[in-house]
Design a binder for this molecule. Sequence first.
Ligand code: IVH
Length: 613
Amino acid sequence: MGAKERINELIELLNYHSYRYYVLDDPQISDAEYDKLFNELIELEKTYPEFLQGHSPTKKVGHKVLTDFRKVKHQSPMLSLSNIFNKEELIAFDERIKKLISVNSIEYVCEPKLDGLAVSIHYKNGIFDSAATRGDGKIGEDITENVRTIRNVPLKMFGNNHPEHFEIRGEIVIPNREFEKLNDIKLKNNEKTFANPRNAAAGSVRQLDSKITAQRPLYFYAHSFTNEHLFKTHTEALDTVKKWGFNTAKNILVSSSTNEIERYFNELIGKREKLDVNIDGVVIKVNDTKLQTSLGNIARSPRWAVAWKPPAYTATTLVKNISVQVGRTGVLTPVAELKPVELGGVEIKRATLHNASELERKDVRVGDTVVIERAGDVIPAIIRVLIEKRPPNTKTFKFTEKCPDCDHKTQRDGVNFVCDNKSCNSRIKEALKHFVSRDAMNIDGMGEKLIEQLVDKGLVKKFSDIYVLDPDELSMLDRMGKKSSHNIIEAINMSKKVSFDKFIYALGIDLVGSENAKELAKRFNSIDEIKDNKLKSNKLNGSSFVITGSFDEMSRDEISSLIEENSGKVSSSVSKKTNYLLAGKDAGSKLDKAKELGIKIIDLKDLFKLIGN
Ligand code: IVH
């Protein structure tokens, strides 16, 4: 097969596999296999730039840096939705529509209202063409290069019978889990964190350098179409665009009954904190597209759709005190102690102030009246201070120079103050709470109160002390007895059997969360092996290798890992950029090509020499 055909084949393959992965949620190949094909394509495109294709997945890595976003006029305005807040308003909406078109019943489609950034994307003959933000609804900004990088936006639509020109609209979001990871990285790099996933998505999309956008965990969910008349119903539209390679929101209801819609709303809003993507309500749309057209729009919103919003979980209250909590890594977290207030059915007494920088920025003071909000987080946050209500003589909060627990001198580390005393009781308690938690050693019954007593009484200073606890001593503690002490010892013994990755996670090593722990457990068999792990070298930094043929001593995968562990790069095809061709037995066309390009050809021994082994 010639290079051109292989390039086309790889593009089709990779696009197909990302569709399996993102849209069907049913991958057929592993990430590693995907990466291998992807690397092969990169190399081929580098060698044969004349065969580059606009819809190649390698185009998803970002483009040149812009100085500004060009303004674009929308072909039809991007509307907003009018809001309703309760069942009565829903019934009124339904009655109004039924009256307008003189029918007894109307079929609706209900979808989650995704809390993201609205975007319009254009396709020409099935190929990704351009994208724009909503802007003021009439004029948006050209974010083509940024949207091109979004992993689940197809650069070429699947299937057939696409219209020559297709405009699809939807939301760009960052899922909650990914949002947390993103903020963790920001914290580690001493950068300002994003306040919520929506801001993170908006900030990521509005980057003049699309290479930054490419690295952000953005996803697109389609929810409306300007050529809606192509489809009889909105549900038909959703089904069709799924086949064309787009993601649409999960949890959709089709119903004519306001009772059923109410149940759907309550259920979805009830579990909103558990959803992958933040939602800020439910959108209720007339399903029949002809009826949509005949209902038309009022001012800036369609008459055929409405957004049902949950009550906002915000409240105002008074800051009684600001206390400081010491985390297991020594980070000091300021916490506002509040005059108790009800928020979305829960009594709130405290709100996090996140970190020192955040507190400095908001300048929350004891005595202030503040607006608090409970979003996806379990712990509510202070969103702002009502300065006009600030009493005289309040003072800016100052972190003490000493740890509130152990009196050790604290240090400023980026946005945080930290206590770096490893034997600080607070740190030990928090580390233990993590150690025994469900996703770690899962020691049932060893709750906060017990850990606090064990540490305060000096019975436990380190993890291993848990495993030599004396049942009699345990039964003497507050709120303990023979029975509960026995149960806890049993749970402690059970925990010796947890899987290796949970054990690694339990140790609470910096940067080793549950995902990294799983990776470590895959590669190593014991803690001793991890401890022996030779530090990666930089010996092969900047060198790119291609491996060909077979080797008696090691498998090709082992050789690849060895090269990568020493900071080298392994590609699957030879190009001008290749530094070394590692040739084994029965090397074939790659060897010929390397010779032709004058690339250095080495064997395993040479590789070991390069590494200094
Ligand atoms: S339909 C005519 N469906 O909410 C408007 N919009 O206030 C058609 N949104 O900026 C919009 N999830 O981007 C629709 N499932 C959904 C939605 C949704 C979020 C956004 C939309 C718009 C805003 C409307």
